[in-house]
Design a protein around this ligand. Structure first.
Ligand code: 5AD
Ligand code: FES
Length: 348
């Protein structure tokens, strides 16, 4: 029997859009899933072939001034082990990463004001001077437009800042009063204006999330039109106010990834670590549903477990070289190939 939802999948592919009522069907129905995934994979192959870009993630600080209810490194988690990497530690990660074929370094951390603008600029500048053929991506949360400009001038060209949820009511259930969705959105638009390639995204299955919230998230992405879209399944952390919550659904996450591939054919969509954590084949399944990037960890092995945004995070016992080798095999076995180029988004 042919799938009655096929025309919707086709319409989403052709028009990169779909009325909300049909989007809801594609998000919710697991009987549409295999057709949705294969349509998304077809589109990704038309644009990116079987290429999978790799980005080396350096988690340089686990200090955070924020207190998001879902996150393991939130300020009030007294059990969290805090660390900061020195400039020298960061350069060692880059050296190792470069030799393993990485040409993008992603500096990610909590919102840690120890790293002043000038400290960040000097790290970025140092990486760009030693590795001019590499891109530096920052993921340090919300800062002023002035700060973002100075990082850009120092050589950072990409910035990752997930909006987490685009709905005001849902945002309030996930964040304390001192944080604001409005500011988050403002940051994203100013990053774009400055000239960064911007990555945004959200968690799937976070507490209190409704189908309408997911639609708002997708609609917000259509307004922002980011270069990268990071989708991670929500995973509970035992030392957060949400410790009694269940993890998000991997298949729901995969359906969202496939919808986003059809909507944003050129986007960079990572097969995230969270997907690999909720399911042993999560990242491979994401690649087959339209994802085209992986972001393995380059942090020193002695800090890996300390950057615990959620429980049971994978790749915390493996050296960078082991992850690189493991990923190569996983990506090949899934029918794709690792490319080591800098991997900018392809725009037509
Ligand atoms: N589960 C899954 N993802 C999480 N993040 C933070 N906490 C969790 C969690 N408990 C994600 C957020 C953030 C990114 C770095 O990690 O989306 O933007
Ligand atoms: Fe890290 Fe497989 S990717 S061990």
């Amino acid at each position: 029997m042919t799938n009655i939802f096929l025309p919707y999948i086709d319409s989403l592919r052709k028009n990169h859009d779909l009325p909300c009522e049909f989007l809801v069907d594609l998000i919710e129905r697991n009987d549409v899933e295999s057709d949705l995934f294969s349509a998304a994979d077809k589109v990704r192959r038309e644009i990116y072939g079987t290429d999978v870009y790799i980005r080396g993630l350096i988690e340089f600080t686990s200090y955070c001034k924020n207190n998001c209810y879902y996150c393991g490194i939130r300020r009030d988690n007294k059990n969290a082990q805090r660390y900061r990497l020195s400039n020298n530690d960061i350069m060692i990660c880059c050296r190792e990463g470069y030799s393993l074929g990485y040409r993008t370094f992603v500096l990610q951390g909590g919102e840690d004001m120890f790293y002043t603008d000038s400290k960040i600029c000097s790290i970025v500048y140092k990486i760009k001077s030693e590795y001019p053929d590499c891109a530096v991506t920052l993921s340090l949360g919300e800062r002023s437009a002035e700060s973002y400009k100075s990082f850009f001038k120092a050589g950072a060209s990409r910035y990752l800042l997930r909006h987490e949820t685009a709905d005001e009511g849902h945002y309030r259930k996930l964040h304390p009063y001192e944080m604001s969705l409005e500011n988050r959105k403002k940051c994203l638009f100013s990053l774009k204006e400055i000239g960064y390639q911007v990555g945004s995204g959200f968690m799937v299955g976070s507490p209190y999330q409704t189908i309408d919230n997911l639609i708002s998230d997708i609609r917000f992405l259509q307004k922002l039109d980011p270069d990268m879209i990071g989708i991670g399944t929500y995973i509970t952390h035992k030392d957060t106010p949400f410790s009694d919550r269940e993890n998000g659904d991997i298949y729901l996450s995969l359906r969202i990834i496939a919808i986003l591939r059809l909507m944003f054919p050129h986007a960079l969509i990572p097969a995230t670590t969270a997907l690999g954590t909720v399911h042993p084949q999560g990242r491979e399944m994401a690649l087959k549903a339209g994802a085209n990037v992986v972001m393995p960890n380059l942090s020193p092995i002695n800090v890996r477990k300390k950057y615990a945004l959620y429980d049971n995070k994978i790749c915390t016992d493996e050296e960078s070289a082991q992850c690189r080798e493991c990923l190569e095999k996983r990506i090949c076995d899934a029918g794709y190939r690792v490319v080591t180029s800098v991997g900018d988004v392809r725009r037509d």
